[in-house]
Design a protein around this ligand. Sequence first.
Ligand SMILES: C[S@@+](CC[C@H](N)C(=O)[O-])C[C@H]1O[C@@H](n2cnc3c(N)ncnc32)[C@H](O)[C@@H]1O
Length: 250
Amino acid sequence: MNSLTDVMRPGKAGARYAARRRELETYFDRTAAQAWARLTSDEKVSRVRATVRAGRDAMRALIMSRLGEDLQDRRLLDAGCGTGALAAEAAARGAAVTAIDLSPTLVGIARERCPAALPEGSDAEPGRVSFLSGDMLDDALGTHDHVVAMDSLIHYQLPDIVSALSALAPRTRRSIVFTVAPSTPMLTVMHAVGKLFPKGDKSPAIEPARLGRLSDAIGSAPALSDFEITHSQRIASGFYTSQCVELTRR
Ligand SMILES: C[S@@+](CC[C@H](N)C(=O)[O-])C[C@H]1O[C@@H](n2cnc3c(N)ncnc32)[C@H](O)[C@@H]1O
């Protein structure tokens, strides 16, 4: 597969994206793989994590509602699929799903959990999921009707989010549904505190995004000129706050 540098101009933003991607791979594949597997299972979790689980369930339902009930004849890319819950739901609605994540460990768990998983190396087919490990921006993934990036772009800075959307846009026929961490006073404080302890905190920061700036940057990105923001909705549940944004081809 081609590398990220094939789809983004080399330079500061590309280098920063690549550096963050490496941190995320280490974090989700090793440091947090078991915790993440547990959060996304039916196992009992702490009360704080239960609020996050409830928020994430609500976000997944919101994203699925934007895609519609009948996904027959649609190809969908789950970009940063984690343990694969959304990919499985999209396949159950008939979509041919390609689900990719940086973490081979999480992809392995996703493949085991998903009744519609195809054997490794198979191409996506209707009602089934082809799970892959690698980068969501790899242009070898081909063209899809929908791209979904649930809580996978929240770790990147705003210019890198817009670059990622710009790389995905030419390969998307209908819509890109993604989430960002909205800039709230609580997140801003957590972010500032996290920066005081960069060595002690091994978890990758969530990058709060100002929604006005995101919308302006999308509006002025040449590669996104055929797309418009058709929906924006926040889910807040205890320690989980995330904003769903839908970009639809005009
Ligand atoms: C917070 S988890 C969310 C997982 C899943 N979308 C969900 O909602 O359950 C973020 C995931 O995005 C993946 N990710 C981040 N950047 C990625 C990239 N450039 N390509 C593929 N996966 C990526 C991480 O490895 C991680 O599993």
